[in-house]
Design a protein around this ligand. Structure first.
Ligand code: ATP
Ligand code: MG
Length: 722
C-alpha cells in the first residue's frame, strides 16, 4: 500500500512537476494567483517524504496563516497516505515556529519556557505603563502610537540600539529609543514576549548562540516558504540564518510567491525579498507557472486587467486552465450598507437553494468594521456564518478575564493578567492599593503577584484589603500547585468558581450575563481539546480566529488581508467605494505606492473566486457612527467592460417589481437624499461612476474618510498567523 510517486504527481503540469521534483538547491516559484504555488509546496513535501529524502522533522515549512498550515497538514496526509505517521514537519507560521524554538531555547535570551505571549491589548497597557513611568503624558504620547512604532522596528529587525536616530525622534521628542528599551525590560520582568519578539528574539538567539543555530541548520534539510512576497525584514533575517550553509554546501530552500499579491507593505513586508532571491542564493532556479486553475475566464480576465493598471510589477502571464468563461463579474450597488448586507444575504440564500454549500461562499471586506452589518443581517436570517481571522470569541470580556486567571496560574510572573483580574470580581482593591502593589513590585524588582503577597503580610495596607489580597495570592499559589495533578479543564472550573468570577455573572442582572456564563462554559469545553493549559494559552494567543463550529456549514466573513491564499466558489466584495477601498489612509500615507498596494488587495480579492464574484458599492456609509456620502471605487473603472455585468438594483436585490427603491421601507425623503449620486446607481455602466467621482475628487472632499485601516486586528491574528 506504499503510494507510488506517480500518484501524487499525477495531474501536475510540467512546470509544477519540475518545481516539485527540483528538491535540491534553491528554488523560487514566481507565479500569479491560483497557479498552484501552494499545491506545489504541499506536493513537494509529500515528494520529499515519500522518496525518503528526509524525515518529517527535518522539514521546515512556513505558511502565512495557521489555517493554511492545518490545511497543508491534511493535504500532505492525504497525498502520502497513512504510511508516514511518525511525526509531522515543522509546519506553521513564522510566529508559531518562533514560539516553538523559543520554548526550547528561550533561556539563552532570558526567557523561561513558560513565557506568556502578549496580545495587542496587553501590549498597549504595558506600553502605557512604560510611558507613564517615564514621566510622560500618555494623552499627548499615546501608547498605541508607540506600539505601532515598536512593531515597525521589530518588523525591520531593529533592536533599540539599532534604530536610526531619525526614527527615535518619531516619539516623545527623541525618547523613542529609551521607551523601547524600557518596554523590552518590562517584558523580561514579566517573562513575556509580544508578537514581534517571537521573531526578533529568535534572530538574537541564533546570532548570539551559533551552536543553537547550527543545530537547526543541520536539522532543517528542506525549507519551504509560502507567500514569500509578504515576508518582512525580521522574517527574512530569520530565514536567511536558517538557510545559511558552510562554504561549498547549498541550502535546499524553496520559496513561492506573487509580487502582485504583496499586501503587507504597511506592516513592513518587502516585496524586494523576492527580487533579491537570486542574490541571496546564487544559482537559484526560477520557475514560472502561468496556468490558473482556480477561476473561470471572466473573473480571471477582470482581475488581470485590474492589476495591469499597476506600474510597479514584474509582470506575468496568466491563462485560464479552462475554456469556460463562466459568469461575468457582477457590479451591484445600493443605497447604503444595510441594503448591501440585505441584498447579499438574499443572494446567498438563492445560491444556497441552488445547491451551493455555504462553505463555498465568502464575504471579503476591506475594513473589519464592515463585518458587523453582515453579522447582524445573518443572525436575523438565521444564516450560519463564521468570522475568520477576526477576534471574536477570545476577545470577549468574560473570556479575557477568565484567560487572565488561567495565565497567572500558568505563569505567576504575568503581571498584566494579574492586574486585569486583581479586582474582578470586586474585592475592595482600589486604584490606591494597586498603585501600592506596583511601586512595591518596581522597588523590589519582582512580579506583581509576588509583590502583592509581600504587601499582604505587612501593615502597609488596611486589614480588609490585606485579607482580600492575601486570599487571592494564596489562591493563586494553590491553583498553580494543582496544575501538577488536576486535569486543566477541571482546574479552570475550580478557579472560576473559587475566585468568585462565576458568581459575579450569576448575580449580574444585565441581559448579557447569561450569554457570558455560556461563553465561560464554552471556554472550559474548549480547554479539554488541548493537552495542557500552556498549550491552550499558546493556541489562544496565536489563533485569534474562531475555531469552534468548523463542522457546520457557514458563510465565511473575513478581511481581504486574511483571505490570501484561500478560494471559494462564490465571493462577495462589498464596499468598493473611494475612501474605503482604496482606503483613504493608504492614499494619504503612501500616495501612489499606497494606491498600488490597495489595487493588489483588490486583485487578491477577485482572484479568490472560482465561479462567481460580485462587487458592491453603496452611496451612503456609516463610518464611526457618521453617515458619509460615498463614490464608487476607481477600481471599478479598472475592470474591463467585456467581463463585467452591472446589476440593476431592482433585478438584483429581489425587491420585486416596485421600482428601484420603492419598496422595503425606502420612503421618498430618503430617496431624495440620494439624488447627487443617483446616476451612479441607476445607469447601466459603471463608467458613469467615473464622472461622478471626478467631480468630487476625494482629496477635495470635506468629509473625512474612514480612519481605521482594517488591519491592526487582522495583522495580529494573521501574523499569529491567523
Ligand atoms: P494563490 O496565489 O492565490 O495563493 P496558488 O498559486 O497558491 O494561489 P493553489 O491554491 O495552489 O494556487 O491552487 C489553486 C487551485 O488550483 C487549487 O484548487 C488547486 O487544487 C488547483 N490546481 C493547482 N494545480 C492544478 C493542476 N495541475 N490541476 C488541477 N488543479 C490544480
Ligand atoms: Mg497559495
Amino acid at each position: 500500500q506504499v503510494s507510488s510517486p506517480a500518484r501524487y504527481l499525477q495531474g501536475l503540469n510540467p512546470e509544477q512537476r519540475d518545481a516539485v521534483e527540483t528538491t535540491e538547491g534553491a528554488l523560487l516559484v514566481l507565479a500569479g494567483a491560483g497557479t498552484g504555488k501552494t499545491r506545489v509546496l504541499t506536493t513537494r513535501i509529500a515528494h520529499i517524504l515519500a522518496s525518503r529524502r528526509a524525515f518529517p522533522s527535518q522539514i521546515l515549512a512556513v505558511t502565512f496563516t495557521n489555517k493554511a498550515a492545518r490545511e497543508m497538514k491534511v493535504r500532505i496526509g492525504a497525498l502520502i497516505g497513512g504510511e508516514q505517521t511518525e511525526g509531522m514537519p515543522w509546519l506553521g507560521t513564522f510566529h508559531s515556529i518562533g514560539v516553538k524554538i523559543l520554548r526550547r531555547h528561550g533561556e539563552l535570551v532570558g526567557l523561561r519556557s513558560d513565557f506568556t505571549i502578549l496580545d495587542t491589548d496587553d501590549q498597549i497597557r504595558l506600553m502605557k505603563q512604560v510611558i507613564q513611568a517615564a514621566g510622560l503624558d500618555d494623552k499627548r504620547w499615546p501608547a498605541r502610537q508607540l506600539a505601532n512604532l515598536i512593531d515597525g522596528w521589530k518588523n525591520r529587525g531593529l533592536s533599540p540600539d539599532k534604530i536610526p536616530d531619525s526614527d527615535a525622534y518619531a516619539f516623545a521628542n527623541g525618547r523613542g529609543r529609551e521607551l523601547y528599551t524600557a518596554y523590552q525590560e518590562r517584558l523580561k520582568t514579566l517573562n513575556a514576549v509580544d508578537f514581534g519578539d517571537l521573531l526578533t528574539e529568535c534572530v538574537r538567539l541564533f546570532r548570539e548562540h551559533p551552536d543553537v543555530l547550527a543545530s537547526f541548520q543541520q536539522r532543517f534539510r528542506y525549507i519551504l516558504v509560502d507567500e514569500y512576497q509578504d515576508t518582512n525584514v525580521a522574517q527574512y533575517l530569520w530565514l536567511r540564518l536558517l538557510a545559511q550553509r558552510p562554504e561549498g554546501e547549498r541550502a535546499n530552500i524553496c520559496c513561492v510567491g506573487d509580487d502582485d499579491q504583496s499586501i503587507y507593505g504597511w506592516r513592513g513586508a518587502e516585496v524586494a525579498n523576492i527580487l533579491r532571491f537570486d542574490h541571496d542564493f546564487p544559482g537559484a532556479k526560477v520557475i514560472r507557472l502561468e496556468r490558473n486553475y482556480r477561476s473561470t475566464g471572466h473573473i480571471l480576465a477582470a482581475a488581470s486587467r485590474l492589476i495591469a493598471q499597476n506600474e510597479s510589477r514584474l509582470g506575468k502571464t496568466l491563462f485560464p486552465a479552462t475554456d469556460d468563461m463562466g459568469a461575468p463579474v457582477m457590479v451591484a450597488s445600493g443605497w447604503d450598507s444595510s441594503e448591501e448586507a440585505r441584498s447579499i444575504g438574499e443572494d446567498i440564500e438563492r445560491k444556497q437553494r441552488q445547491g451551493i454549500s455555504l462553505n463555498e461562499i465568502a464575504i471579503l471586506v476591506r475594513a473589519s468594521f464592515q463585518m458587523r452589518e453582515f453579522e447582524d443581517r445573518f443572525v436575523t436570517l438565521g444564516l450560519p456564518y463564521r468570522v475568520i481571522g477576526g477576534p471574536r470569541f477570545f476577545e470577549r470580556m468574560e473570556i479575557r478575564d477568565a484567560l487572565a486567571y488561567l495565565r497567572v496560574t500558568q505563569n505567576p510572573a504575568d503581571g498584566l493578567a494579574f492586574e486585569r483580574i486583581v479586582n474582578t470580581p470586586k474585592r475592595g482593591l482600589g486604584a490606591a492599593t494597586i498603585q501600592l502593589i506596583h511601586s512595591h513590585a518596581r522597588s523590589r524588582d519582582i512580579p506583581l503577584l509576588a509583590a502583592a503577597g509581600e504587601l499582604a503580610a505587612t501593615e502597609e495596607i488596611k486589614p480588609r484589603q490585606r485579607q482580600a489580597l492575601g486570599d487571592l495570592v494564596r489562591n493563586f499559589a494553590r491553583w498553580s500547585e494543582m496544575l501538577e495533578h488536576t486535569p486543566h479543564p477541571e482546574l479552570a472550573e475550580i478557579i472560576l468558581e473559587e475566585s468568585g468570577y462565576i458568581e459575579m455573572w450569576q448575580r449580574d442582572r444585565s441581559p448579557e450575563a447569561p450569554g457570558r456564563l455560556e461563553n465561560l462554559k464554552e471556554l472550559v469545553n474548549n480547554l479539554g481539546e488541548y493537552d495542557s493549559l500552556g498549550g491552550f494559552l499558546e493556541h489562544v494567543s496565536l489563533v485569534m480566529d474562531t475555531e469552534g463550529g468548523e463542522t457546520e456549514e457557514a458563510v465565511s466573513i473575513m478581511t481581504l488581508h486574511s483571505a490570501k491564499g484561500l478560494e471559494f466558489d462564490v465571493v462577495y466584495l462589498p464596499g468598493w467605494e473611494e475612501g474605503l477601498f482604496p482606503h483613504q489612509r493608504a492614499l494619504d500615507e503612501s500616495g501612489k505606492a499606497g494606491l498600488e498596494e490597495e489595487r493588489r488587495l483588490a486583485y487578491v480579492g477577485l482572484t479568490r473566486a472560482r465561479r462567481h464574484a460580485t462587487i458592491w458599492f453603496v452611496g451612503n456609509r456609516r463610518v464611526h457612527g457618521l453617515w458619509q456620502s460615498t463614490l464608487p471605487s476607481r477600481f471599478i473603472d479598472d475592470l474591463p467592460e467585456d467581463h463585467v455585468e452591472v446589476a440593476e438594483p431592482a433585478s438584483y436585490g429581489g425587491y420585486g417589481g416596485a421600482g428601484h427603491y420603492g419598496s422595503g421601507g425606502y420612503g421618498g425623503s430618503r430617496f431624495e437624499r440620494m439624488e447627487p449620486f443617483d446616476s451612479a446607481y441607476r445607469t447601466p455602466g459603471w463608467q458613469r461612476a467615473k464622472s461622478n467621482r471626478d467631480r468630487a475628487d476625494p482629496r477635495n472632499r470635506t468629509g473625512r474618510g474612514p480612519t481605521t485601516l482594517e488591519g491592526e486586528l487582522v495583522a495580529k491574528s494573521v501574523i499569529g498567523g491567523t
